[in-house]
Design a protein around this ligand. Structure first.
Ligand code: URP
Ligand code: ZN
Ligand code: ZN
Length: 466
């Protein structure tokens, strides 16, 4: 029986903060209490440290074919990076091939993870082609196989975008299956017109990526998605919200009583459209969709996560090398050919603690809620994951709120040659990371075992949060 005793720490959850020892037996939390008199194979002294649930990142793209290339982290390198930054579970995206069924995609993505995974992983299913077999597959995936969330794109025509009729029918089927819809909400057709017009004016620099994807296009699509979900009666989660235009739509839907939720991603708090003006081709590092916004939107995002207009913070980790490998260079002469996406799976907790908790923008409890508890509640993982409680998986961070760390591409574990937060020194970092009771990272270095990560079979049903 594998046992670990984490002694003298302060347990931090979404709702509580108290001094206690945490005893782990066979991968689960078996006891929590003051001065627990229990012998253990390993004792971790957490004096002066916090003991909190491991991070759950519900928006990542590992080993994803996109933009004429493949995202640079696979299920091993991405997981190692996640673990070092305190993330112990994530939900990635399996992508349906048009003309094929959803189970074909499930098999493809399971094969990408098997033998490589280090942390636990699940999949949202991206639906691209509503052929007749897909209806039944949505139900079977949600009720038998633990894939309870279905992702749709309102942008990237010819690649991932689907029309409103498809969106609505998938929503209706997901509702029957007890699923939830994840939506990339941007008006793809308006954006494509703006891109064509920019190119006709010979506007090819990275900054035109942002100028051709204005916040109104995000706000409009968010409102449309929410309206369709309300008619279909399905819970909906708007991914990577960047701006007040979209926040306002979600807030209004929630005020109407709709099961509407949203996330933002770390980079939208800390980077802005000014990053597209960096010299040379540097702006390409920040090309992602939706794009970075004018800096004033950042305070609206902080307000939204405080006020519960948005319920989670994820990363949309989708890394492409700048020069090594030269993936971003595919768009050297044309911003519309720059692969969309940026790295971040390792930095989410570090940045949100430093920029959110240390500055007083969010409480430490809200931090836990945004990075772990709400993601678990939204996507059928709670209470096995996302909290510190007896019976829960021992996915735990021993977090040193005083530890300083300088973020850099020269030391990070992500398989990419740049970091959005290069040179920033943060205060607060995990010193021990446990996944199901196994130590997988210590002091920012990976000490886990390749292939130990398990597929997360999630529970269908309406999210466990308001
Ligand atoms: O630019 C991004 N976000 N790339 C990943 C795919 C997506 O839209 O989420
Ligand atoms: Zn997206
Ligand atoms: Zn994404």
């Amino acid at each position: 029986m594998a046992t670990i005793l984490i002694k003298n720490g302060t347990v931090l959850t979404a709702s509580d903060r108290y001094e206690a020892d945490v005893y782990v037996e066979d991968g689960r939390i078996a006891a929590i209490g003051r001065a627990l008199p229990l012998p253990a194979a390993e004792v971790i002294d957490a004096a002066g440290k916090l003991v909190m649930p491991g991070g759950i990142d519900v928006h990542t793209h590992l080993d994803m074919p996109f933009g004429g290339t493949v995202s640079a982290d696979d299920f091993h390198t991405g997981h190692v990076a996640a673990a070092c930054g305190g993330t112990t579970s994530h939900i990635d995206f399996a992508i349906q091939t048009p003309g094929k069924g959803l189970y074909h995609a499930f098999d493809e993505w399971r094969a990408k993870a098997e033998g490589k995974a280090v942390i636990d992983y699940g999949f949202h299913m991206i639906v691209r082609d509503l052929n007749p077999e897909v209806y039944a597959e949505i139900t079977r995936l949600a009720t038998h196989d633990g894939i309870t969330s279905f992702k749709l794109f309102m942008a990237y025509r010819g690649v991932l975008m689907v029309d409103d009729g498809t969106i609505f029918r998938v929503m209706q089927q997901a509702r029957e299956a007890g699923g939830i819809i994840c939506m990339h909400a941007e008006n793809g057709d308006a954006i494509d017109a703006l891109i064509a017009q920019a190119r006709a004016r010979a506007e090819f620099a990275p900054k035109y990526h942002a100028r051709t994807r204005p916040p109104q296009c995000e706000g409009e699509a968010t409102g449309r998605a929410l309206a369709l979900a309300a008619v279909a009666g399905v819970p909906i989660y708007i991914v990577h919200v960047t701006c007040e235009d979209a926040i306002a739509q979600i807030r209004q839907a929630r005020d109407r009583g709709q099961a509407a939720y949203g996330e933002t991603c770390t980079q939208y708090f800390f980077c802005s459209e000014a990053d597209y003006e960096r010299p040379g081709f540097e702006g390409a590092k920040y090309v992602m969709s939706p794009p970075l916004r004018a800096a004033w939107h950042q305070e609206r995002l902080w307000h939204a996560v405080r006020a519960n207009d948005l319920q989670a913070v994820s990363t949309d980790h989708c890394p492409f090398g700048f020069e090594q490998p030269p993936q971003k260079q595919l768009g050297r002469d044309d911003f519309s050919k720059i692969p969309n996406g940026a790295p971040g799976i390792e930095d989410r907790l570090l940045m949100l603690w430093d920029g959110g908790v240390n500055t007083g923008r969010i409480s430490a409890n809200r931090f836990v809620e945004l990075v772990a508890t709400n993601p678990a509640r939204l996507f059928g993982l709670w209470p096995a994951k996302g909290t510190v409680a007896i019976g829960a998986d021992a996915d735990l961070l021993v977090w040193d709120p005083a530890k300083q760390h300088t973020i850099s591409a020269t030391t990070h574990h992500m398989n990419v040659d740049y970091n959005l937060y290069e040179g920033r020194t943060v205060t607060g970092a995990p010193v021990v990371v446990l996944s199901r009771g196994e130590v997988i990272a210590r002091d920012g270095q990976f000490v886990g075992r390749k292939g130990r990560g398990q597929f997360l079979r999630r529970r269908p049903g309406v999210p466990d949060l308001a």
